[in-house]
Write a protein that binds this ligand. Structure first.
Ligand SMILES: [Zn+2]
Length: 163
């Protein structure tokens, strides 16, 4: 099966390359929001029809190397830099030189994904595991919130030809 990735080009827009005529098709990001079922898309240039499906090859936890900033939750004051080393929909592992981290305390983070649009993620976190000589574990808070940008990054859509 021939597939192509759906590429995030900005916060509001994605791009798909037609597998038949190679024309680049712009798709508003909102059209992919919480869309889990296979969806048909017709190329506006050649009329070829594709299915948009989730990329089943991606793993729930993804090794990354992303620079970010740790913030005080209530004031949003910057506390320290951090490096995210492993990212999932529910949290991440990270390293930071900040010496005063406490488990169970609410912090905020801001970091940019290394996608084409450099999508910025801003979330509150609770630190769950402290391993000062290694990496630390944090969970996004509240745990049941849904972040479309992270979902798209960790399990992006691909375009599959119907043929
Ligand atoms: Zn086409």
């Amino acid at each position: 099966m021939v597939v192509a990735f759906v590429v995030r080009t900005s916060a509001d827009s994605c791009a798909i390359t037609c597998l038949h005529c190679a024309k680049r098709i712009a798709v508003p990001t909102i059209q992919l929001w919480q869309r889990h079922d296979p969806t048909s898309l017709a190329c506006e240039a050649c009329g070829h029809t594709f299915q948009i499906i989730r990329d089943a090859r991606r793993f729930p936890r993804t090794p990354v190397q992303l620079d970010g900033t740790l913030l005080e939750a209530s004031t949003r004051a910057a506390l320290a830099s951090l490096i995210i080393t492993d990212l999932s929909l529910s949290g991440f592992r990270f390293r930071t030189p900040y010496p005063h981290l406490e488990t169970g305390t609410l912090y905020s983070v801001v970091f940019a994904l290394n996608d084409a649009a450099r999508t910025e993620i801003r979330e509150d976190i609770v630190v769950r595991q402290l391993h000062p000589t290694h990496s630390m574990g944090a969970e996004f808070d509240p745990p049941d919130r849904y972040n479309f940008d992270l979902d798209f990054y960790l399990k992006p859509w691909v375009v599959a030809s119907r043929e």
